[in-house]
Design a protein around this ligand. Structure first.
Ligand SMILES: *[C@@H]1O[C@H](CO)[C@@H](O)[C@H](O)[C@H]1NC(C)=O
Ligand SMILES: *[C@@H]1O[C@H](CO)[C@@H](O)[C@H](O)[C@H]1NC(C)=O
Length: 545
């Protein structure tokens, strides 16, 4: 009897929790949010006052020097003259956009995206304030802005960008969580986000480092604050889950067996579920490539649909900016520059195993030994140029082995190795060459391939990953290069690329360059603004309620 009662009350308790917990959590979250807003109000006012002062000083300095040092110009709004309610407010939005980027001074590709995003936001909404939540205590604003300028050539407008310093960053380091790292780091990001909100509650919250849990916490505390995430890499991917299965690939291959393996599998699946739920709460989701988009979609989309989040622009790819403009100005693509180009194939890649130089050497050997006739290049013989950095003795050994292979394949005379080339050397080769090659399987993106395109090279790339999905795609309905898988297909690709009719060669070079235009700073800014405008409209609408 007692046991029965116990079971019954347990069941009852479960039902009560299941029904009321979400609501209770929401009420509790709302209370915490209210408290955080109140307690950080003074800091918010101080910040806005400081922005105003700095802006006045800046304006005064400017009047004196009367020189526009960074080509400050406003980006036109894409909303145009749409007469929606609050359109005016959205036009001259002056709220605070909070960027959650605890490692903002790292100087990598992820940071380039952060700064380019802030720059675009500043240009579009000159009165808005961008704050960056960071854990880099050792650097002040002036030092960070200087580094952004030196490293990325991005000039931020100092008065409207500010930094708030987090003290709990160690909670998101993997070293803090030797076990259950995924879950631990996610919990850590909750602590870090709480830290951030206690400093300042923004009007729009944007995560640019992949801390989806932090974004969900923002929604729990402040349901009216629109949120966004720019995802470089999924925290957990369907590849990872599959790798645990028998015959899986990668560092976790086959670890899903046995008793411990079972537990690990359960844990990962549970985490994936949690991650998916969390991801479904985010208003605007952007990914840095189609590869990431595919993974994020397969995890988040089902939950997002359930939450009626589906809109016309759900989970969009916003490519990070690549330094395309410099190549465009340094390398000519025209009728006359065709005379400078020879039947040269360029492969720019570090000498690492996954770059598969071997495959390219074999393909080139097969191409050369078929004695192709190349009417466009009557005087020169085809040449393969391998450019790459040699970082250590392993790389050096690989280069040695590749040289041996070239010797064995009897193409030694027509293969040139250029180790640790300088930028001017690379530019010289990009002017002289005709074709750009990439041999890696499933490369997530391929900045090198974008550079080929910007330089007007015709690409012959692996039929997989970013080079296939994102980069070497049709422009104006026509190809910008060729895809290949086997040595024979690569050889065929080289032949096709070097035997195009004269006009088509130039036309394809021009299309390639146009294709690279999608990865410029300007292209990034346009797309960023499009998404930012959605956030601003949401913010204005919710604030009016
Ligand atoms: C996206 O981010 C990941 C992780 O940083 C990186 O490996 C990948 O190259 C990035 N993709 C692009 C298009 O830059
Ligand atoms: C891509 O390249 C690899 C070798 O690097 C090759 O094994 C693979 O089959 C290629 N193609 C595709 C479609 O993956």
């Amino acid at each position: 009897m007692g046991v029965f009662l116990l079971l019954l009350s347990l069941l009852l308790a479960t039902v009560v929790v299941a029904v009321f917990l979400p609501r209770a959590l929401r009420v509790l979250g709302g209370l915490v949010g209210y408290y955080l807003r109140r307690s950080s109000r003074t800091r918010r006012e101080l910040l806005l006052a400081r922005v105003a002062t700095e802006q006045r000083t800046h304006d005064a300095d400017r009047k004196q020097s009367a020189k526009d040092e960074d080509g400050w110009k406003q980006i036109e709004s894409s909303t145009g003259a749409s007469a929606v309610n609050g359109a005016k407010a959205a036009q001259d939005w002056n709220g605070i956009a909070g960027f959650f980027h605890p490692f903002c001074n790292a100087g990598g590709g992820g940071e380039r995206v952060l700064w380019a995003a802030i720059r675009a936001t500043q240009k579009r909404w000159p009165d808005a304030v961008c704050v960056v939540y960071t854990g880099d205590h050792d650097v002040d604003k002036a030092a960070i802005l200087k580094r952004v300028k030196d490293r990325f050539n991005i000039h931020l407008h100092p008065p409207t960008v500010h930094f708030l310093y987090l003290t709990t960053r160690h909670y998101v380091l993997s070293s803090t969580w030797p076990r259950f790292t995924l879950l631990g780091q996610s919990l850590g990001s909750l602590i870090l986000a709480y830290d951030a909100f206690s400093l300042l509650v923004p009007d729009i919250f944007i995560d640019t480092m992949g801390y989806a849990f932090a974004v969900a916490l923002s929604t729990l505390f402040f349901p009216s604050v629109p949120t966004a995430a720019y995802v470089h890499y999924p925290t957990i991917s369907t590849d990872m889950l599959q790798s645990l299965e028998e015959g899986g690939q990668g560092i976790n291959a086959g670890t899903g067996e046995g008793y411990r393996g079972m537990l690990k599998k359960q844990y990962w699946h549970l985490f994936a579920k949690l991650y998916s739920k969390v991801g479904s709460t985010i208003d605007v989701v952007m990914t840095n490539s189609s590869w990431t988009q595919g993974h994020i979609k397969s995890l988040w989309a089902p939950y997002r649909t359930r939450r009626n989040h589906i809109t016309t622009h759900d989970i969009d790819v916003v490519f990070p900016p690549v330094a395309v403009e410099e190549l465009e100005s340094e390398v000519e693509v025209s009728e006359s520059s065709e005379a400078d180009r020879g039947p040269y194939l360029l492969y720019i890649a570090q000498f690492r195993p996954e770059k598969n130089h071997q495959l390219i050497l074999e393909a080139f050997a097969s191409f050369v030994q078929s004695h192709p006739s190349l009417p466009a290049y009557p005087t020169e013989a085809p040449k393969l140029v391998l450019i790459g950095s040699v970082r250590d003795s392993d790389d050096a050994t690989r280069v040695y082995k590749l040289r041996l292979l070239a010797h064995e394949l009897k193409i030694k005379e027509s293969v040139e190795f250029v180790c640790d080339a300088t930028w001017p050397q690379m530019l010289a080769w990009m002017r002289k060459a005709s074709v750009g090659v990439n041999g890696m399987w499933n490369e997530h993106f391929g900045i090198g391939v974008v550079e080929y395109q910007a330089a007007g090279l015709i690409s012959v790339v692996n039929d997989s990953g970013g080079p296939k999905l994102d980069i070497v795609v049709d422009v104006d309905g026509k190809p910008t290069g060729f895809h290949a898988s086997t040595a024979e297909q690569y050889a065929e690709g080289f032949r096709k690329a070097l035997t195009l009719p004269r006009e088509e060669t130039l036309a394809m070079r021009r299309r390639a360059r146009k294709s690279a235009g999608r990865f410029t700073d300007g292209g990034f800014a346009d797309k960023w603004i499009l998404h930012m405008e959605r956030l601003v409209r949401l913010q204005v609408a919710r604030a009016a309620k």
